[in-house]
Each structure stands twice: as structure tokens, then as C-alpha cells.
Design a binder for this molecule. Structure first.
Ligand code: SER
Length: 340
């Protein structure tokens, strides 16, 4: 008998770490973890099975469906915004072709099983592209359909994959005579910059927030690569996991759209610096602006409108700005480095 599993791609990444533990402990599902790197030892116990492999490897994906009945996919694997600029074509292959492979796998699974397969996809504020800083600061809370002109390969990939999800959800093989009636149930969140207490991001452009915090906690000097007045929306990792789980569980009829903004709090780099200094008074933080990375962040909104997520499926972050730092990030990060 093939076991019913939840597939998590990019399992070893920042979201994967929190999500896998939550799925195994709270949701009692069998997790099939897929990552191009070997899965962290502490995550293995939470997984039913761990596969090391590439989402571009169709043979591998074919073997997975032989062995497992995949009911839900959390497709987290991605090359983030800064890293993607160093090799845009490779990033495109991983971010777009990888997503296409998993969408096709999901649709085939749905047709074999005669049941809808849920496909959860984290998109990003990188899908937005505001033309200049003045527009960004005037734009206020950006809505899902506004300013969709991303300037990075990662942002273009995320936006296009949102469209692919919509296509597979609504129109896949729309002209085929034998078109199946069941398909995928695509659900997508546009995340702000995420801050985890457990892991450090690699290759993103909102990384200065978490990097400032983790460097200070380890007593390592940090040069912030954006101006102090740079504002982005952020969210703690536990809230990001909750958002994914809550969107997955929402009744289909309550969802008025496939792509939802979610956010917790917006902060300037100076304000992050101030909070970090309050808790780690000896932290050495300087500002050394990287103008190219700065212009990427300047094209991302300072805030997003997540009213539809709040209305449709009851989204509400647990951690506002004060609680995020005082009650979660600072104590958890202090504990993380104290026990090393
Ligand atoms: N945090 C991501 C990045 O900086 C944006 O989704 O690339």
C-alpha cells in the first residue's frame, strides 16, 4: 500500500525547519521531505521519509509517485532574490521549471486519486516592483494586484509561478476532450521578510533584519547593507508557519482569491538596529550601503494590505512588532546561542 504523505520541497530551508516540525507534531501527518541537501539531523525524526534530490529531476519525482500517495504539497524550494541575480538563468530553472514539475506532479496525483491535491506556494513581496523610493513611501499598504513589475529574477519567477498555479488550478488542458474534472487546489501567500530564531537566511535581500539580530547575539560585528531609513514589512517564522497551516485548512468556499498578502509589522533598518542594541548593548552594527541591493529593497513595498486574508480565512499574526522581539525573537535567539 502506498502511504498518504505531505510532500515538503526545500525541506532544509528556513520555512521547512518550522513547518516540518509543526506538521509532524501538531497535524499528525506523514511528511515526505525533499531537499537537494541532506536533511538536518534534528529534522529527520519528524519525517516519515527524507529524500535527497533535485526538483528538476523528473525521474526522481516519477519514483516518488510510485511509492507515495501525495495529498498535499508545500513547495518551498527556491533560490532567493540576491543569490538569483548571480546566475539568473539557473535561478529561473530552479524557481520556474522546478515549480512546473511539481505542479504537473500534483495534477497527475489528483487525477490518479480522483481527489483534489492541495498545493501551497509561498510567494513574496519580491513579486512587487515599485518604480522609485518616492512612490514606495507614498504607496502605503500595497494590495495584491498593484505594482506587479518586479525588478529581480526571483520576483519575476515568483509572480509567474503564481500565474502558473492559477493556470493549473483553473485551465490545465482546457481544450482536451478527456479533460479530467479533478485538479489541484492552489493556495499562495505573499510573505514579507521572514525572521527566524532558529536559522539564518541565505541569499535573500531582506536578510539584513535577521542578520543584524543573529550577529549581535553571537557578538559578531555586522555591517548592514541598506540605509537606516529603509522600510520593509516583516514577520516572525512561527507566524509564517501559522499562516501556511491556516490557509491550507481554510474551507475552499471562503477563499475569494488564490494569492494572499500576509504581514505582521513594518520597520526601518534603524528601528531594527535600535531594538537589537536595546537587548544586546555591546552589538557592533554599522551601515555600509550596497547600492545595488539597496535598489532591490527600494522596489519592494514598505507595507502590504492583508485585509483579504484577514476577511477570508481569519489571518491575524500572533506577534506584532513589540511581542515579536520582546517575547519571541530575543529570548529564543539568546537561548539558541547560549546552548551552543
Ligand atoms: N526574503 C526574500 C528575499 O529577500 C524575499 O522573499 O529574497
Amino acid at each position: 500500500m502506498r502511504r498518504e504523505v505531505v510532500l515538503v520541497s526545500g525541506a532544509n530551508g528556513e520555512i521547512g525547519h518550522g513547518l516540518i516540525r509543526h506538521l509532524a507534531e501538531q497535524e499528525q501527518v506523514l511528511v515526505l521531505a525533499l531537499d537537494v541537501q541532506p536533511l538536518d539531523r534534528q529534522l529527520r525524526d519528524y519525517c516519515y521519509s527524507c529524500i535527497q534530490g533535485d526538483i528538476l529531476d523528473n525521474m526522481l519525482l516519477g519514483r516518488l509517485v510510485v511509492e507515495y500517495e501525495i495529498r498535499t504539497i508545500y513547495h518551498l524550494a527556491s533560490i532567493l532574490s540576491t543569490k538569483a541575480e548571480y546566475n539568473p538563468e539557473t535561478a529561473h530553472r530552479i524557481n520556474v521549471e522546478g515549480t512546473l514539475n511539481l505542479l504537473r506532479l500534483a495534477v497527475e496525483q489528483a487525477q490518479w486519486q480522483g481527489k483534489t491535491v492541495k498545493f501551497l506556494y509561498p510567494s513574496s513581496i519580491a513579486a512587487y516592483g515599485l518604480p522609485d523610493l518616492e512612490t514606495k513611501m507614498k504607496a502605503g499598504k500595497v494590495k495584491e494586484e498593484q505594482w506587479l513589475q518586479p525588478t529581480t529574477m526571483y520576483g519575476c519567477n515568483k509572480l509567474y509561478c503564481e500565474h502558473l498555479g492559477r493556470y493549473y488550478n483553473n485551465y490545465y488542458r482546457q481544450l482536451a476532450a478527456d479533460r479530467a474534472s479533478v485538479s489541484i487546489d492552489f493556495r499562495c501567500l505573499r510573505f514579507p521578510g521572514l525572521i527566524s530564531a532558529e536559522t539564518i537566511p541565505s541569499g535573500g535581500t531582506s536578510d539584513y533584519g535577521p542578520e543584524m539580530l543573529h550577529h549581535a547575539a553571537q557578538n559578531i560585528p555586522y555591517a548592514c547593507f541598506v540605509r537606516p531609513d529603509t522600510v520593509l514589512p516583516f514577520m516572525t517564522m512561527p507566524d509564517a508557519i501559522r499562516a501556511l497551516i491556516k490557509l491550507e485548512a481554510a474551507p475552499k468556499k471562503s477563499l475569494s482569491q488564490l494569492v494572499y498578502n500576509v504581514t505582521s509589522f513594518s520597520m526601518s533598518a534603524q528601528e531594527i538596529h535600535n531594538v537589537v542594541k536595546k537587548h544586546f548593548p555591546n552589538a557592533e552594527i554599522t551601515f555600509q550601503v550596497d547600492t545595488k541591493r539597496q535598489s532591490i529593497v527600494d522596489s519592494w513595498p514598505a507595507d502590504v494590505d492583508d485585509l483579504d486574508a484577514r476577511k477570508d480565512w481569519g489571518w491575524r499574526p500572533d506577534y506584532d512588532r513589540e511581542r515579536a522581539f520582546d517575547e519571541f525573537l530575543i529570548p529564543a535567539i539568546k537561548q539558541r546561542y547560549a546552548t551552543q
